[in-house]
Design a binder for this molecule. Structure first.
Ligand SMILES: C[S@@+](CC[C@H](N)C(=O)[O-])C[C@H]1O[C@@H](n2cnc3c(N)ncnc32)[C@H](O)[C@@H]1O
Length: 277
């Protein structure tokens, strides 16, 4: 049962999830630092650089494409057929076509085990029930080689009181002309256990001489605390201790992130990782 009504799309809005090219334009910043950060935290636990990696919830596969260009055997998995098609087109042979897999984070299998599995940009939050999270951690465990690393960028919320509000807004320039205004925000009251709430993404595309277009999506998004996530994964089993970092891999600034000594009160966007036993 939901206690917060589903947000209504603006008139004439198109479904953003069906336009991976618009999504890519909205998130078109340089992802190199983020891709390197995931490799670096994996290397610390593995004792060497990972030789294979998968981007889970890959969209058009920005991280998997970068890893492949650095010589890592790379895979991507997403439930959207159009995103997987675009990933294949954009990787121009640097990633073999059959390394892009259409599948669901709640039930997936890779052609072979990898040394690093990454869920970037808060995408773990699309899994909003305990069952779907448990299924995900089971299948992530099965996808990893012994000692392999699972790393996620996720926003951690306070265990009690209202979840942190999500309010992100930025503008991108389009080529050859035009601009897009991107807004991502949480809406309404949370519900359920673990808590979840509506998250709305909106992209307004303006190209001179054309009518402006609105792309929009809303999905329930997980609002979990670090303690709840840690105990859930401990219950699933098969992983070493959860490590939490001082920031997310996708941070805007170029500072190095460090492992935190304790989880006490940690909230906000964080990189978290586990090592498969
Ligand atoms: C925030 S986007 C991230 C895309 C890309 N990894 C990036 O970093 O730009 C989240 C992606 O997760 C995918 N996704 C959401 N729920 C999923 C699920 N249950 N199984 C597989 N993919 C899912 C969406 O289709 C979308 O492409």
């Amino acid at each position: 049962m939901t206690f917060s009504p589903r947000p209504v799309p603006p008139n004439g809005a198109r479904d953003l999830s069906r336009y991976p090219n618009v999504y890519d334009a909205a998130f078109s910043w340089d992802r190199t630092q983020e891709a390197r950060t995931f490799l670096r935290v994996a290397s610390v636990r593995l004792g060497r650089s990972p030789r294979s990696a998968v981007e889970l919830g890959c969209g058009s596969g920005p991280l998997a494409r970068l890893w492949a260009s650095w010589g890592i055997e790379s895979y991507g998995l997403d439930r959207s057929a159009s995103a997987i098609r675009r990933a294949r087109d954009l990787s121009h042979g640097t990633v073999p076509a059959d390394h892009w897999l259409q599948g669901d984070l709640r039930k997936f299998r890779l052609p072979r085990r990898v040394e690093l599995a990454v869920v970037p940009l808060d995408s773990l939050g699309y899994l909003v029930t305990t069952d779907s999270l448990v299924e995900f951690f089971h299948d992530a465990w099965k996808s990893l080689a012994a000692g392999g690393i699972l790393a996620v960028d996720v926003t951690l919320h306070p265990i009690r009181g209202p979840p942190l509000p999500i309010r992100n807004e930025w503008k991108v320039t389009l080529r050859p002309v035009g601009s897009a205004r991107v807004r991502w925000r949480s809406v309404g009251r949370p519900w359920g256990s673990p808590r979840r709430r509506w998250e709305v993404g909106r992209v307004d595309v303006n190209v001179p001489g054309q009518r402006s277009q609105v792309f929009w999506e809303t999905k329930p998004h997980l609002a979990i605390s670090g303690d709840t996530l840690r105990s859930l994964v401990n219950r699933v089993g098969g992983f070493e201790e959860m490590w939490v970092y001082s920031d997310a891999a996708h941070r805007a600034e170029s500072h190095r992130i460090r492992r935190l000594a304790s989880l006490g009160g940690v909230r906000g966007p964080r990189l978290i990782c586990w090592q498969r036993q």
